[in-house]
Ligand binder design. Sequence first.
Ligand SMILES: [Fe+2]
Length: 399
Amino acid sequence: MVALTSLRWWASVDVAMDSIDPTPLSFTATRFRFGEGIVDELPVVLDQFTISSPLVVTDAGIREAGLLDRVIAETDAEHIYESTTEPTTDDFDDLPTENVDSVVAIGGGSVLDTAKVIALLLAHGGHPGEYIGSGKIPGEISPLVAIPTTSGTGSEVSQTAVVTHEGVKRGISDERLRPMLALVDPELTYDLPQSVTARSGFDALMHSLEGLTARDYRWVEDRPITYQGANPISRSLARRALGLVYGSLERAVFDGDDHGARRGMSLGSCLAAVAHSNSGLGAIHALASAVGGITGRPHGECLAASVEPALEYNLPIRRDAYAELADEFGVGDTAEAFIAEITRVRDDIGLPPSFSELGLDQSDADRIVEATLVQERRLKTNPRVVSEDIETVVSAHLE
Ligand SMILES: [Fe+2]
């Protein structure tokens, strides 16, 4: 039971909206089934959707781990496509499209994103680069069933695929890119290595935190993109996701056999993505995308190095919210205590604490700021309007 005192900030935002400003809101969610062993339903699902000849998208790691055989054993799937770790828009020239009527994706974020692009191309053809941006998909994509094997990106329920285009990581975002169905099975994450659990889990932690504290939707201008600011529905899901991920992450990292923690991460990361795919994210992800582009380091590591400067930057706007989260986590009653707790978790699970750890130094400050300010997809829903003055916190975290 959540204490009433811990609802002050969220309640004040939502009640103010109910009583003063009834601005219409919208909310979209991907259909999903969750539970241990749920992937065994795949043959039935394919039947239900009259899918007879899916292209199974996966990668070598999933095949070697035995997960591919486990998931498709009872299906008639014959066409297998192994994706690369970091897909680029030029990787889609030789797709096996003969006799394929749908896509089944089994893997982590890159695999799921690759599968989304394939489902898009199966339906509409062309080059992936044509669809970069928001709202550029002209009609429904090919039927797509997404089965995540990590707990982090939430790509199985989101409307975005990230691909590298002309050397830069870019997003294709469109409500039509949401999978037709996600089968979210915690059992598939039981054997994840510790480092992957940490990196992908920290991504889920940041999705729930940024989704919860994103700019309120009433202050986000209409945009073709589907990230429209936090509203009462997305905030309630993000709060639940944050509790699940915060309560499970360290346990899952340090004891991979803790199935309760694996379940918490699996559901939490999924809920976080349902929330943030409506609310959008913010400066943590904008900074992380910037340093990711510069260093090529994994997303989870870039988030880890970005979280402290971004939270400090947002502090003037979200001081009350962070203080209440500190209270809810039981670590104090100040915003500073909350930031200290998030960085403690980051350090505990062995993720890089600073930009310097990613190989950057003071001479990179301008480059980081420049690459951050072009992250429009993220910045429009950051609680604080982001300008060049973000350089202050960036520089403070470079040596
Ligand atoms: Fe992320």
